[in-house]
Design a protein around this ligand. Sequence first.
Ligand SMILES: [Zn+2]
Length: 76
Amino acid sequence: MGEGEDKKSAKVVRLPKKRRRSSRCPICGKPATEEGWPFCSTRCANVDLGRWLDGGYRIPTEEAPEEGSPPPPDEE
Ligand SMILES: [Zn+2]
């Protein structure tokens, strides 16, 4: 007989929080692992460190891209 408001529209659906673990390695793009976080391995971590030491690494001003978005190409 009509229950008034539509419960579906009034119901708030909470989306699960995105875990940063789902990010990808900024070096090679492979899924990051706990061991080498935020890289896929310690190898890529060393590569990133090398970039820092080489002075060719720019400090990102924006947060990591959203999940599902491919990492920006590393080009100058
Ligand atoms: Zn990697």
